[in-house]
Design a protein around this ligand. Structure first.
Ligand code: UDP
Length: 237
């Protein structure tokens, strides 16, 4: 069988239900728009477990998501969605491209979270855009944009608390959303939530516990992911 879709870190497979897809977490890691590549033993399982725990918490808090059920170590069933081609990034602390763009030093805590949008396009390198660009390009309606922003801020509030209880500072993260094929007027959270798409710093030591360990060759990449999962499991059982 061929996957319906293969991305950098995941594959999507059809199921018997036309409204449900099976998402497989791969062991591949990429950074800098796919320029840097590696494979990490156990990464797929770790991200699937982390993402499943986080999605469970978000669902309990009333955030609509694509999550249906975890299937096994590296697979999860999700509602089939038409992905909104906008990445939503929420920042609580200055890091990464925010620092490169503004010259602000890494680690400055913001008074309020920053929400930003970029076009989901490897070809264009995910350019930063504003609401007017998104509307003009037809990537989302004004109403959908309001929903994306509100949902992203709600998720941020929930995740800040969850990770704080795990001794982790939620610096920033990326979200994706989709329109379920069986209810295209609605918007649900899609994709994964894992250390691949979040910056998490240890509250005590400041140590980076996320994909920056890979981006910056800091070593012990999977050790950090394993530690994040261990803390989430201890917190959420
Ligand atoms: N991020 C992501 N995928 C992307 C771009 C960003 O998962 O295509 C995540 C990244 O891991 C970080 C946050 O979004 O947690 C903000 O990333 P930033 O814009 O600072 O980009 P970077 O420094 O990674 O280039």
């Amino acid at each position: 069988m061929e996957p319906l879709y293969e991305g950098k870190a995941k594959r999507l497979w059809a199921t018997d239900d036309p409204n449900v897809l099976r998402m497989e977490f791969k062991n591949d890691a990429t950074a800098f728009n796919g320029e840097k590549k590696a494979q990490f033993e156990d990464k797929g399982r770790l991200n699937n477990e982390i993402s499943t725990l986080v999605y469970g918490m978000l669902e309990r808090e009333g955030v609509p998501t694509h999550f249906v059920r975890r299937v096994d170590e590296t697979h999860v069933d999700v509602r089939k969605v038409d992905i909104v081609m906008v990445e939503v990034i929420v920042r609580n602390v200055a890091a990464g491209s925010f620092c490169r763009r503004t010259g602000v030093e890494e680690g400055r805590e913001f008074g309020q979270p920053i929400v930003e949008f970029s076009i989901k396009s490897d070809e264009l390198g995910d350019p930063l855009v504003n609401d007017d660009y998104i509307r003009e390009l037809g990537l989302a309606t004004a109403d959908e944009l309001t929903q994306l922003r509100e949902s992203a801020l709600k998720v941020n509030g929930i995740l800040i608390g969850l990770f704080r209880d795990c001794g982790l500072r939620l610096v920033d993260f990326k979200l994706e959303f989709g329109r379920p094929v069986d209810d295209p007027g609605s918007i649900v959270l899609a994709d994964e939530i894992s250390p691949d798409g979040c910056r998490l710093w240890d509250l005590e030591t400041g140590e980076k516990m996320d994909k920056d360990r890979f981006r910056r060759d800091l070593g012990n990449v999977m050790e950090a992911y394993r530690e994040v999962l261990g803390r989430l499991k201890a917190e959420l059982g």
